[in-house]
Ligand binder design. Sequence first.
Ligand SMILES: CCCCCCCCCCCCCCCCCC(=O)SCCNC(=O)CCNC(=O)[C@H](O)C(C)(C)COP(=O)(O)OP(=O)(O)OC[C@H]1O[C@@H](n2cnc3c(N)ncnc32)[C@H](O)[C@@H]1OP(=O)(O)O
Ligand SMILES: Cc1cc2nc3c(=O)[nH]c(=O)nc-3n(C[C@H](O)[C@H](O)[C@H](O)COP(=O)(O)OP(=O)(O)OC[C@H]3O[C@@H](n4cnc5c(N)ncnc54)[C@H](O)[C@@H]3O)c2cc1C
Length: 596
Amino acid sequence: MYGQIVRDGLVNVTGIEDLGLTSPVLQRTSDAFFKEISPFLLHFGMFVPTIIGQCTPEQQAKWLPLAMDLKIIGTYAQTELGHGTFIRGLETTATYDASTEQFILKTPKLSSYKWWAGGLGKTANHCIVLAQLYTKGVCHGPHPFIVQIRDTETHMPLPGIKVGEIGPKLGFNTADNGFLGFEDFRIPRENLMMKNAQVTKDGTYVKVARHGKLTYGTMVFVRVMLVSDMAYCLAKAVTIAVRYSAVRRQSQPKPDQPEPQVLDYLTQQHKLFICISTAHAMKLTSTWLWNTFTGVLADMRDGNTDTLPELHALSSCLKAISTSDTSALIEQCRFACGGHGYMYSSNLPALYSFATATRTYEGDYTVLLLQTARFLVKSWEQMDEGKPLTPTLAYLEQSRNGSQVSWDDSPEGIVRGFDAVAAGRIGACVKSIRKHINNGMDYEDAWQMTTVQLVGAAEAHCRAVICRVYRDETARLTAGCSPGVKAVLDQLSTLYLLYWALERTGDLLRFSSLSERDIENLQARYEALLLKIRPNAVGLVDAFDFRDEVLMSTLGSYDGRVYERLMEEALKTPLNREPVSDSFHKYIKPMMQGKL
Ligand SMILES: CCCCCCCCCCCCCCCCCC(=O)SCCNC(=O)CCNC(=O)[C@H](O)C(C)(C)COP(=O)(O)OP(=O)(O)OC[C@H]1O[C@@H](n2cnc3c(N)ncnc32)[C@H](O)[C@@H]1OP(=O)(O)O
Ligand SMILES: Cc1cc2nc3c(=O)[nH]c(=O)nc-3n(C[C@H](O)[C@H](O)[C@H](O)COP(=O)(O)OP(=O)(O)OC[C@H]3O[C@@H](n4cnc5c(N)ncnc54)[C@H](O)[C@@H]3O)c2cc1C
């Protein structure tokens, strides 16, 4: 079975699916079991995929069965105290000693300690360590090694290993994120993960990979996975908030009428329906991205890495935007639940603290958008040289003549409007870089001076991609559906377009012929659409089909017994075990009596 899992490329996706270990499955079962973040997340999320993606078949035959059967528990230790983003700046060294055929791992200084790896603090006994590979006195950059750090019987750290937990965080507190240092710790030569680069017994370094960045493969894989994970988290949050908003009644807008469900307020619909729509947008975009990813893997199996840069650009911006939108929208769901949304038992704080971490880990938001921007600017320059554009950038063609795009308020027209914004913003960045260079700056400084605009351009590109994919995929997938389903899903994707068009009126005024009257028109359509979606809102979140055990929310359970569940949970809190707590007799009473 394991033989089937492993093929060329970053990860053999088919094999993972055969094992039933796709992200949603893992998430759904682990959510119900663990309730919090699992300390095994990194084992399945990065340790196993890195073995699949970075090992030779012989190495996989050794490590994969052990890892899959949980005979060993692993994690992924790349980030250090001093460096996370800048991988080439990592300081841990792995120096080859040909006399013993071993690598010597060393943590030269405090800033070189591995920091953050999930499960490292208490759970893992193995880990993948990224270290600067030295052989014959030459540094070949960061490479992945498999390292045993704890005894599998006693779980004690092995001699030469300094390991521990990093302490409380905003979230992820059950993930035992850890630190790790090495004091001349020796591992066999074979523990270098040798799919992309090898060191022979005599210490000769042999580069095998067809592309310099294949060592970063697991990160690309996880970034792709995170987009669907964000759709899943947001769907959970909005299920909670919409169900609660149907139960909650507040205020009296019209005298002599009952208090309305808060879901009937247009402002509440504005907060929540974009979350339903975005969850669908992300789910469909993530499936499309997954298909792009598997296509690139297939190309790479045929020896072609030409499509990798576009995948890197896409996975970077989609990871950045999906995690950032999801954190903001989950927080919006919490606001939509008023005070009760702040209760831990609503599950919204946990969902938020999970989502906001994803904006940072696996590549910080700004850093990843700048990676995408690099690809966008390069593509623009290639277009100027008359070279062909990649499929996701075909829209740049329309900007060639520099004329403004005429505004068309049909959904397809709005998608073209977002293309025009993206093209306009990329073009503006190229112009800015060139202006700085003409004024005597070198390229790196000109780039730096343009980075605020470059982040905006990458966001605009990503938004254009999401809008197009959402629209196209909705049309494709609903082709055979009943008219009712088709109409509702069409409303949701139209809502996404109208919402973002209204958020980006400045850009659309700049790069299309949008007028003030068009904006009024968009606003009116948007408000009318909210009212149309309202009757289906609860049905739409029920359709996400979360079991109460997975949702784990006093506010969002299917039966709507919100107040009963809040009281049940309140009564469980340890502070309610005794009617009078010890602190009254020890401190409060003496204070009241002036004895303190
Ligand atoms: C059985 C399986 C079960 C499966 C379950 C699945 C479950 C899924 C969910 C799992 C959740 C796991 C939880 C994870 C917890 C967090 C883990 C971490 O954070 S871990 C820690 C995560 N840490 C991070 O994410 C650190 C973020 N930092 C980085 O990634 C890099 O340092 C960098 C990309 C920013 C720069 O790298 P640098 O080497 O300085 O590169 P330059 O900038 O100088 O660019 C040079 C050229 O390279 C190009 N290129 C670059 N990358 C790639 C690529 N990947 N590819 C292709 N190309 C790439 C670039 O475009 C450029 O091209 P050109 O223009 O010359 O043509
Ligand atoms: C919950 C959690 C779990 C994690 N799990 C793991 C794990 O299992 N394994 C692991 O190896 N790591 C893990 N990490 C580490 C994570 O991958 C890094 O924190 C992340 O990649 C960001 O890097 P950094 O912390 O160095 O941020 P920094 O790069 O120091 O970022 C600080 C600021 O500087 C900015 N910045 C940095 N570089 C640039 C640039 N070139 N241009 C413009 N701005 C820049 C950033 O945008 C940010 O605003 C985890 C982190 C968290 C929060």
